[in-house]
Design a protein around this ligand. Structure first.
Ligand SMILES: *Cc1c(COP(=O)(O)O)cnc(C)c1O
Length: 482
């Protein structure tokens, strides 16, 4: 496909801009002045509209294709909540509007959204309080481990500098711990996909600040020894962090706070109705048990005795500011509307279907793909694309074959501890027909890989661009030829 710069003809124009009717500023330094006209696409309006409309149709998205990207999948993003997030009363809100003016307030509604979301999350997940400020999952992690650091510092526990991370963790875990000043120590998983308890015991000592554990893990598994793990870390004087970026399997079923976690982040832009992927704005609220409440960042929305809401800044032991104003308010708003829509039974229906759908795929595909852990999974299931390695078929080839067949590939090559990993998350909202179609397609690819591997290795054949050098594309992107 041509770029917009390659379309059209020299001198052609699709715009007519009125003559400038304000005086030109006099003092533009010469070196800032253009010496030749900017190179613009020389196309008609229709050329431009058709070009971008065609491009948009080449995209795969949740609105066009099944999208079983594990861990970070495009979970359910109801259109209804997009409407709520675009209500004028919210979108026209200025972050500097006063909380109270002439006895009335223009921000009470929005503050109540933040407060009530905070309360629902605290109840749903068993924590004392949440901060709604962090603006991504990784930002939530950073906030959470900073809270752990503040806790130890307050107790003059300067020796506690080591954060334990499990080898299946998302890369943001060690990164967040390092940014907060910890050194990290990796703990291996065992052959069942649980934390290796012996390795954990070896690592525990008086230099341990805490443990970061993903629940359910990125292997799509619920650790069968979770209570023992938390007890061991607590007995050693450490705190326990829960990475709850993907909650679809356990919400309404398990409260991580009740399990004994001290701090946890959730991704509103995964589990709670905001699209994920594309790197758009996110929100990663952090919940804490009682002992970490004093360190929460400012501001915190509080309910006053008169029933109104205020932003509270005056917190002596707070770690301070981690985000401006209301955090990513529109995302909190979507999550609030979503949580109210679901209610208690809705949360349970989500988790039930998330687990059912993933296990259905796991069961139906187990004869065709290798399974590193043969046990019930949570919201996602993991396979190894290793069966036809001797014929030259890798996981990457399976992913490309799926693209040719109109399905967004699952997450591949993550978690790192699974060889040729394929990480499939169907989400709870997909119909049985869609999931069956995916299963049939995966079986067809497995059989082709077995019988005519060349047919898989040459994929994709139906896309405008074939295989790209992903490293080069990231390091030296060709955005336009100026
Ligand atoms: C997505 C994800 C994160 C990070 O969230 P971001 O919003 O992308 O920063 C952390 N942990 C897990 C398990 C995740 O899936």
């Amino acid at each position: 496909m041509k770029t917009i710069f390659e379309l059209g003809k020299a001198g052609r124009k699709g715009t007519s801009i009125p003559k400038c009717d304000v005086p030109l500023p006099k003092h533009i330094p010469n070196e800032l002045k253009r010496t030749e006209p900017a190179k613009m696409p020389e196309v008609t309006e229709q050329d431009a509209v058709r070009h971008f409309t065609l491009l948009s149709r080449k995209n795969m998205g949740i609105d066009t294709n099944f999208y079983p990207l594990g861990s970070c999948t495009m979970k359910y993003n109801p259109k209804f909540h997009e409407n709520i997030a675009s209500l004028e009363g919210f979108t026209e809100l200025h972050p500097l509007l006063p909380q109270l003016r002439h006895g009335c307030s223009l921000t009470q509604g929005s503050l109540s959204v933040i407060y009530e979301s905070e309360r629902i999350l605290s109840n749903l997940l068993g924590f004392e309080q949440f901060t709604m400020q962090p603006m991504a999952g990784s930002h939530g992690e950073l906030t959470g481990v900073m809270l752990i650091a503040a806790y130890h510092k307050k107790r003059n526990n300067t020796k506690r500098k080591v954060m334990l991370i499990i080898d299946s963790a998302h890369g943001t875990n060690p990164a967040s711990a390092a940014v907060a000043g910890f050194t990290t120590k990796e703990i291996a998983s065992d052959e069942n996909g649980n934390v290796n308890i012996d390795k954990l015991k070896e690592a525990l000592g008086d230099d341990i600040a805490g443990l970061m554990l993903t629940c359910p893990s990125t292997l799509g598994l619920f650790d069968q020894n979770i209570e023992e793990i938390l007890r061991l870390v607590h007995d050693a004087g450490g705190l326990c962090y829960c990475d709850g970026a993907n909650l679809n399997a356990i919400m309404g079923r398990v409260k991580p706070g009740d399990l004994g976690f001290d701090v946890m982040h959730v991704n509103l832009h995964k589990t709670f109705a905001t699209p994920h992927g594309g790197g758009g704005p996110g929100s990663g609220p952090v919940g804490v048990s009682k002992r970490l409440v004093p360190y929460l960042p400012v501001s915190q929305v509080v309910k006053r005795p008169d029933g109104g809401y205020s932003l509270e800044y005056d917190r002596e032991d707070s770690i301070g500011y981690i985000a401006p104003f209301y955090g990513n308010f529109a995302i909190i708003l979507r999550a609030y509307a979503y949580m109210l829509t679901l209610g208690k039974e809705g949360f349970q229906r989500v988790s039930e279907n998330a687990v059912l759908n993933a296990n259905y795929i796991r069961y139906k595909l187990k004869d065709y793909y290798d399974q590193p852990y043969d046990r019930y999974c949570m919201h996602e299931c993991i396979f190894s694309g290793t069966r036809n390695l001797d014929k030259g078929v890798h996981t990457l080839d399976i992913a490309k074959a799926l693209i040719d067949r109109g399905i967004h590939p699952p997450t591949i090559y993550f978690p790192l501890i699974v060889e040729e990993a394929l990480m499939i998350e169907p989400t709870e909202t997909e119909s049985k027909e869609t999931i069956d179609h995916f299963i049939e397609t995966m079986i067809e690819i497995a059989q082709l890989a077995e019988e005519s591997p060349q047919e898989i290795i040459k994929c994709p054949v139906n896309t405008p661009i074939k295989r790209v050098d992903e490293t080069l594309a990231a390091r030296k992107p060709v955005i336009a030829d100026f």
